[in-house]
Design a protein around this ligand. Structure first.
Ligand code: DC
Length: 216
């Protein structure tokens, strides 16, 4: 039997990573690895430890000691289900700062790689193709126009007024700027613009590419 497939999906917020990664994982019969959830759980650990979010070494120490795992689409920190709290405003407001520290990123590599060799996975993140799983069978970089990305975020939040869209577009631009250093496609990534594409069609395209290891 061939080894289970490993696919990485990177790209900016609102490009469609979560939706596509979840659906592709199901189609391939492998786990969906949501690395953003791991960074969010580490950020919660930093908050709970009372560490300074601006201190790279302090945050890395907390991240290295935290037991973070995911099961059944839920995230656990030291055995406690924290899936809901890591999606809240407090963690969301700090995660970009904490995840920006290079030693934090190193400390969380192992947590992102758990089970990949044995079970395969669709790893969704920012540097999944460059740092977490550079040997993946297929590396994908998703993009979409800023307008489409802001509209998707607004729809997710159920708030679609022009003012909200404008604020979300500004938030996305700010996050892009702070994510920019670690946000680059792997050299052999397949770049896909999702602006005018449907989920089903995209998943079929990536599923076919994953069978053949198209980005290798
Ligand atoms: O995908 P998300 O919104 O849950 O990610 C939350 C934050 O974590 C976002 O600011 C980017 C950061 N992140 C990261 O630095 N590296 C990853 N592999 C995933 C997320």
């Amino acid at each position: 039997m061939s080894a289970p497939r490993v696919v990485t999906i990177d790209g900016p917020g609102g490009a469609g990573k979560s939706t596509i990664a979840r659906a592709l994982a199901e189609r391939l019969g492998v786990p969906h690895v949501d690395t953003g959830a791991i960074y969010r759980a580490a950020t919660l650990a930093v908050l709970r430890a009372g560490a300074d979010p601006a201190d790279p070494a302090g945050c890395a120490l907390v991240a290295a000691e935290a037991r973070i795992d995911r099961a059944g689409g839920r995230t656990r920190l030291d055995g406690e289900d924290v899936e809901d709290v890591i999606r809240g405003a407090q963690v969301t407001g700090l995660v970009s700062q904490v995840s920006d520290h290079p030693p934090v990123r190193v400390a969380l590599l192992d947590a992102q790689r758990v089970g990949l060799r044995e079970h395969g996975g669709v790893v969704e993140g920012r540097d999944a193709g460059t740092a977490v799983a550079p040997d993946a069978d297929l590396k994908v970089w998703l993009t979409a126009s800023p307008e489409v990305r802001a509209a998707r975020r607004a729809a997710q939040l159920g708030e679609e007024s022009p003012e909200v869209r404008e604020r979300l577009a500004a938030d996305l631009a700010r996050r892009d700027a702070s994510d920019a250093l670690r946000m680059r496609p792997a050299e052999d990534a397949m770049v896909v613009d999702t602006s005018d594409r449907g989920v089903h069609e995209l998943v079929e395209q990536l599923w076919t590419a994953a069978q053949t290891g198209a980005s290798r």
